[in-house]
Write a protein that binds this ligand. Structure first.
Ligand code: F3S
Length: 419
């Protein structure tokens, strides 16, 4: 029998009410399934499965019932993207019934105390954990970033288990909560230069396919030297794209980069050699994610949610022009607000593009809009959109995507554009 503290036993026995008891039963069941040695207190939780598109009525009722039972979070807890911009859903073409049910989900989560962040980049908007913090986060790219770039510790939780962890303040101590499991399983030697976020996404797609749920350790052998101070040419957006893609094509929740990420020096176990995967060309990644489309009627940027720098770049590229295809840039509410204050949203929207918050292409019901051909700079979006949104897509850099938005066509050539 797994050891539980007195307080944990009391939660399980129902002394803190049925809502906490249900949450603790879920945590203990998971701990037993995964052979955890015990439970570990968490610093924060991030709850995915917020979109009505994914949750449906059954999920909505489950959340409302839990909230009515008195479930309340006891650590900072924040929401993943919802199925629509909570304020501008009509501009997205969302049906009123969907919007009503979506608002009920948001309300149930807010009743429990979950913060209305609606983003997969909580680390950009004030919820960045510290190295060594234990978390119960559930969106795969956020989990990857928290583990790999920030050195925090989270398994990829399901929406309900992240919420249960938030309600009890604990999660099961297995997987990436355990130091030994954070060591690398594969060395990835990258011999080709990478420039755009799409290049890192294509690389991530290939590595995720190759290592599955392993822990890759990257050596970027063709890049300019990087220092842990400046991180050289490696930008935040590159790391986000790399992690998101590996979590999509594989189940990578932690990676290391030599000389860059905080646990890289720990990651290589002194015992034994690791399999080496040598990447000399990322073209195969592009080929796998790209469909032969000429005309583009929808361009989606912001998976993971756009950074301010990317919004700035898009605004500059669009300046004074007019889009032919529908252009959506998705970001967090907090970043959109800053972009608005700096005049970037107005500049983009003057061209016909839209900057939406709270949502993204994959969790919004875009299939109902009747788009036929999408362009995106996200390997994760390109990977999921045929399945989740019934959209074929072109995959390339932000610059290529903006070009496609302006012309309504994919001109194709010229990947490895310097960004
Ligand atoms: Fe984020 Fe949606 Fe992409 S949750 S990582 S923008 S699929």
């Amino acid at each position: 029998m797994m050891p539980l503290t007195e307080e944990e036993q009391a939660m399980l026995a129902g002394t803190q009410g049925p809502a906490v008891q249900k949450a603790m039963q879920m945590i203990v069941a998971l701990a037993e399934i995964y052979g955890a040695q015990g439970l570990v207190p968490i610093v924060s939780a991030q709850v995915a499965g917020v979109s009505y598109k994914n949750l449906g009525d059954a999920g909505l009722e489950f959340l409302e019932e839990w909230a009515a039972q008195g479930a309340r979070v006891r650590v900072p807890t924040f929401m993943n993207p919802a199925g629509m911009d909570l304020e501008r859903w009509q501009e997205m073409g969302i049906a009123p019934k969907f919007a009503r049910q979506q608002q009920r989900i948001i309300q149930a989560l807010m009743t429990m105390g979950v913060a209305l962040t609606c983003t997969c980049t909580p680390y950009l908007v004030g919820y960045a954990p510290h190295q060594g913090d234990h978390l119960a986060w559930s969106e795969s790219s956020a989990v990857s970033f928290a583990n790999s770039v920030l050195g925090a510790r989270s398994n990829r939780e399901g929406g309900p288990s992240a919420l249960a962890a938030a309600i009890t303040g604990r999660t099961a101590a297995y997987g990436l909560h355990v130091s030994e499991n954070r060591r690398a399983t594969h060395v990835i030697e990258v011999h080709c230069p990478l420039c755009s976020e799409a290049d890192y996404g294509a690389l991530g797609y290939l590595v995720g396919k190759s290592v599955g749920d392993g822990v890759p350790y990257f050596r970027f052998l063709a890049q300019p030297p990087v220092s842990s101070q400046t991180r050289g040419e490696l930008r935040l957006e590159h790391l986000m794209a790399l992690g998101a893609a590996m979590a999509a094509s594989g189940a990578v929740a932690l990676y290391h980069i030599e000389g860059v990420t905080p646990e890289a020096s720990y990651a290589l176990s002194p015992a034994g050699e690791l399999p080496v995967v040598s990447i000399t060309d990322i073209t195969e990644g592009y080929i796998a994610l790209d469909s032969p489309l000429d005309e583009i009627d929808f361009v989606s940027l912001g998976c993971p949610h756009s950074t301010l720098a990317d919004i700035e770049k898009a605004a500059a590229l669009l300046e004074g022009k007019r889009v032919k295809a529908t252009l959506w840039i998705t970001t967090s509410r907090a970043i959109r607000e800053v972009a608005e204050q700096r005049g970037l949203v107005a500049r983009i929207e003057a061209t016909g593009g839209k900057v939406f918050s709270d949502t993204c292409l994959v969790v919004a019901p875009v299939e109902e809009r009747g788009f036929r051909a999408m362009a995106t700079n996200s390997a994760k979006a390109a990977f999921y959109s045929p399945m989740h949104s019934k959209l074929q897509c072109r995959f390339g850099s932000l610059e290529q995507c903006i070009q496609a938005a302006l012309s309504g066509r994919w001109t194709g050539e010229g990947r490895n554009l310097k960004t």
